[in-house]
Design a protein around this ligand. Structure first.
Ligand code: SAH
Length: 219
């Protein structure tokens, strides 16, 4: 194993258990999701200098003006995605450091992930490779366009906030498929759950949230 991926041992397991207890108190109910958070190393997704804070329930900087999402948000989005059954193929927009991608890959059959900043994508891919994951495909591109060649998706998770829901993502959702997406300007974003039905879309508001903006084009 690469030295960067060697754990901080028991300390990190204790810190992860503590994080899971916090998430439970905050209302995360899914045992499946909590178990995955408990067993997924988050410290390898941040710079070594920040590793001691990796199991704090906060967003942390990952460079390029981006952040690794707060664990509570990752848990909440994943729980909402899985609430009515496990999706087979999931599209993720905003790979970032790849933490949410890895969490998803431990729960569904295949994760397709798109990142607009190439340097972040390459680093995330190295981590997936080092962790020997086999069910993640990550690509450089503009998530506003989705991944038409692999559509339709049973689930789509977006970890950057557009002003409105991108049309292409709705188009690429399977019937009964579910889209979890933060929408709105910074300071007033809502996390939405949109489910595709036979004859349209059903929308539910989940939370007030704060995400980095979803930008147009590639970085
Ligand atoms: N999923 C990450 C969160 C990363 S932050 C985690 O687990 O922590 C959001 C990411 O979305 C950033 O890396 C940003 O570059 C990316 N992003 C923003 N707009 C995008 C777009 N249009 N297409 C793809 N990625 C985008």
């Amino acid at each position: 194993m690469n030295k960067d991926f060697q754990g901080i041992g028991m300390t990190s397991q204790r810190a992860r258990n503590r994080l899971v207890e916090q998430l439970k108190k905050m209302g995360v109910r899914s045992e499946t999701v909590l178990e995955v958070i408990k067993t997924t190393p988050r410290h390898i997704f941040v710079d070594e200098a920040l590793a001691s804070r990796a199991y704090d329930n906060t967003a942390l900087p990952i460079g390029h003006n981006q952040t690794i999402s707060q664990p509570y948000i990752v848990a909440r989005m994943t729980e909402a995605l899985l609430a009515d059954g496990i999706p087979e193929n999931v599209l993720e927009i905003g790979t970032g450091c790849g933490y949410q991608t890895l969490v998803l890959s431990r729960l569904v059959k295949h994760v397709y992930s798109i990142e607009r900043i190439e340097a972040l994508l390459f680093k995330a891919r190295e981590r997936f490779y080092a962790l020997k994951t086999r069910n993640i495909s990550a690509q450089h591109g503009d998530g506003n366009l989705g991944w038409p060649a692999r559509a339709p998706f049973d689930g789509i998770v977006v970890s950057a906030a557009p002003i409105g829901v991108p049309e292409k993502l709705l188009e690429q959702l399977a019937i009964n498929g579910r889209l979890i997406i933060p929408v709105g300007k910074s300071g007033g974003q809502e996390l939405l759950q949109i489910t595709r039905t036979e004859d349209g879309f059903e929308e539910k508001r989940l939370d007030s949230v704060s995400f980095v903006p979803m930008l147009e084009g590639v970085g």
